[in-house]
Design a binder for this molecule. Sequence first.
Ligand code: ATP
Length: 643
Amino acid sequence: AALSRVADVDVKGGWKSGDPVPYASLAKTFSLIEATTKRLEKTSILTSFFFLVIQRRAKGDSSSLLQSVYLCINRLSPDYVGVELGIGESLLIKAISESTGRTLATLKAELKKEGDLGLVAMNSKRSQKTLFKPRPLTVPFVFSSLREIALSSGHSSQAKKVSIITKLLAACQEMEAKYIVRSLEGKLRIGNAERTVLVALAHAVVLADKEQNGKKWSKEKLTSRFEESANIMKSVYSELPNYDLVVPALLDHGVMKLKNVCKLTPGVPLKPMLAKPTKAIGEVLDRFENKRFTCEYKYDGERAQVHKLERGSVAIFSRNSEDMSNKYPDLVEQLSHCIKPETKSFVLDAEAVALENTTGKLMPFQELSKRKRKDVKVEDIQVHVCLFAFDLLYLNGEPLLQKPLWERRELLQKYFQVVPGEFDFARSSDGESTDEIQAFLEESVKDGCEGLMIKMLDSDASYYEPSRRSVNWLKLKKDYLAGVGDSLDLVVVGGYYGKGKRTNVYGAFLLACYDADAEEYQTICKIGTGFSEEVLQSHWDALRPLESQKPRGDVKAGGAKPDIWFEPKVVWEVLTADLSLSPVYTAAQGLVDERGISLRFPRFLRVRDDKLAEDATGPEQIAEMYERQTLAQSRGGKNNKAS
Ligand code: ATP
């Protein structure tokens, strides 16, 4: 069944062994994936395509598979290198117009109707009469054209980009234009999560190996091999998120041996481990009962993953794997004071926190966010920063992810030294009673922290789990305890024009969560209170350039009807006191009920510049919060009755 779609994604007669991968085959793959919502079907379509790529590649070639993978996830390089697409609408419309001869006005009108520039491009191509058939597009040609576009900068770059896009569009056939234009926009919108790509890659390599070596496996053997290989692939990629390194190794060594050759490497930022929210100390004790755990201050700053290669310089990466070394030149300098001579290479997990200049007291995140994001010069720095390290993931050539936390912490404290005001270890307390945790929590808040992080200390439950929101890390925020509710990170997808005094700004906003599996934004609530005039003005400035008459194709609006839609980009942290089922909104639909879940009395807390739209809270978390609330209410109800 894994290869049942080979015939569907193949290009009959047009793809021989050793040929470059025809883009037509990839476009077919995309359209089949887009047409189904079933995860297994998406996986088998993609497995079939990757299988063909592997089978038909020239001997020793890994770039055909590598480029195919990048196009499937709509990226052109590892995340942290930052070669990005996201070409503006007007430039694309100009290129479509130049390539098809349709006027800008016609194209804009059609875009208003369709809401998808990819479709507009495809329709425009279809209605265009051509005298001769262009040479078919290939994956290497499309990939290098996209890279050239992404990398061109400077004042003549607009014209250059239009010319490359026009050339690409001129060669498009069938549905190719749709996907080329969507790739250029930076959003493929086919519902193809990266996880599916990893699983399909693993399956395709297993099948290609089986075929090549004439292995006769039973159905059970193949199923278990599939499962094992997919797990290996996911785990390797979370440790080394770089396809440039993983794909060639995969082809050379197969999946089963991948762990031996692809390991956490300084210079390649890994996706950080995240924590689950918890509402009460009782919940912490339930979870960690009879286990060793530690409580650490939850600093209110910015996550910083610090890497150093032997004889290399220090690099600092953000929560989203962006290189922040230019934002924190002072930290880079400060780090040299805290590294002991025997510490040659390392990866640290830490939080960068603003300090008050005179007293050295911890300042809230808002202070830190006043810093410029790029090209900061040490002499211009106003906001002083200290690094609080809480984990050590790699030391002197050896990954430490699979050592228990107590051991990683010991190494951290042994190989680094405290420099007051510059570098310190996260304050921790291993006290285990409710009273001790409560006292430490109060202390953390008094010292300017958000609350506590509570972490498993011992056994395999305390291994570092990259990219996971793990139950082995719990966060206990003071807000939760005050009973004011949960905070969520939501994407602003729509606006409502203001009335009365607010006519020159948006008066309310439509928010959405993000479903990474379905790759879609699901609406969750309208928010319109708690904004000062100044804040409304800054929202207007940030959101106005993102306006659009129609929701983007990946926004599942439900019954929400804002006056204007926004490109999903801006993330806000929002507090809610209560969640309820809603016939209007689509968040978490089908998870606890046919209806969606909505926030009641949402309150704006702050803009989350450090998060991408894809990092917004997901539907499972919202469903979990809803269920927790229902459970608490039913417990409360019982208690009330009993009393
Ligand atoms: P939040 O919205 O609460 O900041 P988040 O979604 O960015 O959370 P979470 O996993 O929910 O990420 O919370 C963990 C964050 O808290 C980390 O990303 C890190 O930036 C910060 N943090 C501060 N102190 C610690 C600590 N001692 N251990 C781990 N993370 C810490």
